[in-house]
Write a protein that binds this ligand. Structure first.
Ligand code: CDP
Ligand code: MG
Length: 752
């Protein structure tokens, strides 16, 4: 993959980065150190800038474009589609032919598993059928989605179909955004939201039915919800649970819920011819581009193309190269190029559902979001790069990273199936038949078995689950992962040494945040700067607000530097936010300072939601004014386990893993003219080497004070304080007696 990327960069005239980088690493030429993260940011911001410009140009009326608002605005456009047309479309879906039977099965059973091809109408219709049948009178009809994008777009679609305003009878809730009201009957939400709701409503009394959609995805939260729901079902005989799956694994779900019936929605698919690559494809982006152009020029119109790429970065590059190639052709038939990935702005996402105009073709370049969550009508051609990005826990550094992995055979088949929805189709796989047979997994590993569980462990502990190893997991996560996560929570003070939730842990669980960020907020209260910390947490929860357009990098960097607080990237974020607020949150001010207005507005929203939770939890809203040391202390108390110690010029050594790392070139510490001895960081980024990103300088005695299990202060000569904390993690043990008997030995093994 690295090779592919290098090649691509070269072909795009960017080899200078690589070359310079190799020669003079450590020397501080900014331009020598463009890494992939930056590139991704840049590309994202470019796109955002584009849409920001459109937004700004279209006048003052269109100010805020949050997900919800963008969607509400779109309503006007869609309601033009006549009510009769919508009714016709609804009746034409495969699920409609079995509507009454399906409702009968649901009446007769508490749990039903529904299997149906993607696009058969499960997500948009089932909730409406349940509502039409009167279930909505007894409580809400909830429908969970593993993906934010899907939750939002489907809610919007259903609101249109019912001809109601979004947020009224039909609404959605995703993290930091609740678009529901008292009137809401049909509620789409991410699985994470429903899981959190069980914290305050443990029998889910607000709901009469719950549709667990896209269960085949086996997302972490869905998996945990299964276990939680199984308990709720025994207490609430009136609750209906419907689990939908786009094929595979239905038996597992049925067994898990005590042999629940499986109902198959008869499919209506057309044959798809599958073509494999004859030899290994060296560069899947290039391969996909060529394939798209070839299809476009040779296949008769209409018939849209759906390309499965890995992630945002590759998607943007693919779109760009396709556009470039098209511009070099003489008078080609028009091709509309549309990206789709989760971070894409909502108004741009909505465009993939619009039909291509007469005489044109569209190509949608997507992540695996288009595999089953979203259905793009009119696709006859699928191009499958054969890879996807999977969140994978790296125990060495104790954190999740997105890794590029070959897709599974199940995914490959699901992907090609997308070409046969409206007529016979063709699927081009950019891998060999041999690779498919021998190198791919049958289906992908469930998220629960490969990611960091600390957030889930904290939630389950708050739900009163004492012994996590006994919890009803459909596929239990590796014991080590549970233990490791518990250890992490113990370190943060969220669990006591018996593995029970502490007061701090209970308060941490009330925030929809990763445990360290929740801890940071609470530490902010203690340090008297909870408002400042709320701002920082909000800024960390949105995509980077700095943008760096491709041909204006130097200008952008200079603008960014003006905000730098030399000892802390966290404080730099705070500074940016405060300056933006005092500049009246103006878009022109943002543009001038190379900041992303949309991102800042989003951060403000997130912040106000955090403040709401803090008020509910009676957390004092305090401010430290300009005493920013207290903020750094709060950061330290959340991230002391991610500390590094200076080793040489520009070189640090991770205090737990002993891995050598460097400060990321985008950091305000980079080239700040001083070399602090100790820092903590928010995350690690791997490129040519390990970079710490979002870094804050800390005092060694803070580390010792807040992370006593890792650090001690040495006294030399009995008097002087030797401010060299030593790593003492060999001695760390967490005696969880009740939870896990094998824990101490495991613990030690892990620590070693
Ligand atoms: O869930 P399932 O894959 O079975 O189907 P669905 O998502 O309910 O989609 C049913 C139909 O609604 C498809 O033809 C979609 O293209 C259409 N739809 C749409 O036009 N716009 C949306 N935002 C969502 C679905
Ligand atoms: Mg669906």
């Amino acid at each position: 993959v690295k090779r592919q990327r290098e090649k691509r960069e070269q072909s795009r005239g960017r080899q200078k980065y690589g070359e310079l980088g190799a020669k003079s690493m450590g020397a501080k030429e900014e331009s020598a150190l463009k890494d992939l993260k930056e590139k991704a940011e840049m590309e994202e911001s470019l796109l955002k800038v584009k849409s920001q410009r459109e937004e700004d140009e279209s006048g003052a009326g269109r100010k805020s474009m949050q997900y919800g608002e963008a969607l509400k605005k779109d309503r006007k456009v869609v309601t033009n589609e006549s009510i009769a047309e919508i009714a016709r479309q609804r009746r034409s879906l495969p699920v409609f032919t079995v509507r009454d039977q399906l409702l009968q099965v649901i009446r007769d059973n508490q749990v039903v598993i529904i299997v149906g091809e993607t696009g058969s109408g499960k997500t948009t219709q089932l909730t409406q059928y349940l509502n039409e049948e009167g279930y909505g009178r007894k409580g809400m009809i909830g429908c969970t989605q593993p993906r934010r994008v899907a939750a939002v777009s489907v809610a919007k679609r259903v609101a249109e179909e019912m001809n109601v305003e979004l947020s009224k009878q039909v609404g959605y809730a995703i993290r930091f955004e609740d678009c529901t009201s008292r009137e809401t009957i049909i509620k789409y939400m991410t699985d994470g939201i429903l899981l959190r709701e069980t914290l305050s409503d443990d029998d889910l009394d607000a709901y009469s039915c719950i549709v667990m959609d896209e269960a085949h995805e086996r997302s972490l939260n869905t998996d945990v919800l299964f276990g939680v729901l199984r308990k709720v079902l025994t207490r609430r005989r009136d609750l209906k649970v419907i689990v939908t799956s786009a094929t595979l694994n239905a038996d597992r779900f049925a067994d898990f819920f005590g042999r629940a019936p499986i109902y198959n929605i008869p499919g209506r698919t057309f044959p798809v011819d599958v073509f494999y690559s004859k030899s290994t494809v060296e560069d899947y982006v290039e391969g996909a581009v060529k394939q798209v152009i070839q299809i476009h020029l040779q296949a008769p119109l209409p018939g849209d193309i759906l390309v499965f790429m890995t992630g945002q970065e590759d998607i943007e590059v693919t779109c760009e190269i396709i556009a470039d190639r098209m511009s070099k052709l003489e008078d080609p038939p028009p091709l509309i190029i549309l990206p789709i990935y989760s971070q894409l702005a909502a108004d741009l996402q909505a465009r993939i559902f619009e039909a291509a105009p007469e005489g044109a073709r569209k190509v949608v370049v997507a992540t695996n979001i288009a595999e089953t969550s979203l259905t793009v009508n009119g696709v006859s051609f699928v191009v499958d790069a054969g890879y996807c990005k999977l969140k994978t826990y790296n125990p060495r550094v104790g954190m999740d990273a997105l890794l590029l992995c070959p897709t599974s055979r199940a995914s490959a088949n699901q992907r090609s199936g997308r070409a046969g929805r409206t007529g016979p189709g063709r699927a081009y796989r950019l891998f060999t038949a041999n690779a498919m047979a021998n190198e791919m997994l049958e289906s992908s590993v469930p998220e629960i078995q490969r990611t960091n569980l600390s957030h889930v462990v904290l939630l389950l502990k708050s739900l009163g689950v004492r012994d996590l190893l006994e919890f009803d997991f459909m596929d239990p996560p590796p014991e080590e992962n549970i233990v490791k996560s518990m250890h992490g929570l113990w370190m943060l003070g969220a669990l006591d040494s018996h593995g029970n939730l502490t007061d701090l842990g209970r308060r941490m669980a009330t925030f929809p945040l990763d445990p360290p960020l929740a801890k940071m907020l609470l530490a902010g209260e203690r340090e008297g700067c909870s408002q400042e910390v709320a701002t920082i947490v909000a800024m960390l929860s949105v995509p980077s607000v700095f943008f760096r357009p491709r041909d204006r990098e130097e200008e952008a960097d200079a603008a960014r530097e003006k905000f730098f607080v030399p000892e802390s990237d966290h404080l730099t974020l705070l500074h940016v936010y405060q300056r933006w607020r005092s500049a009246g949150e103006r878009a022109d001010w943002c543009a001038k300072h190379f900041l992303n207005a949309r991102g800042l507005r989003r951060a403000k929203e997130v912040r106000s939601q955090l403040i709401e939770v803090m008020k509910d939890e009676k957390i004092a809203l305090t401010t430290c004014g300009t005493d920013w040391d207290s903020v750094r202390k709060a950061v330290t108390s959340a991230y002391f386990h991610q500390a590094a110690k200076m080793k040489g010029i520009g070189e640090y050594i991770n205090m737990r893993s002993a891995v050598v790392c460097a400060v990321h070139p985008t950091s305000s510490l980079y080239g700040a003219g001083f070399t602090p001895d100790y820092v903590v960081y928010h995350e690690l980024i791997y490129t040519q080497k390990e970079y710490m990103s979002c870094v804050t300088v800390v005092e060694p005695h803070w580390l010792a004070e807040m992370g006593p299990m890792f650090f001690t202060l040495k006294y030399s000569g009995g008097r002087t304080l030797n401010t060299n904390p030593e790593v003492v993690n060999e001695d760390v043990s967490t005696p969880y007696e009740d939870d896990v008997s094998a824990i101490s030995s495991l613990q030690r093994k892990l620590e070693k």
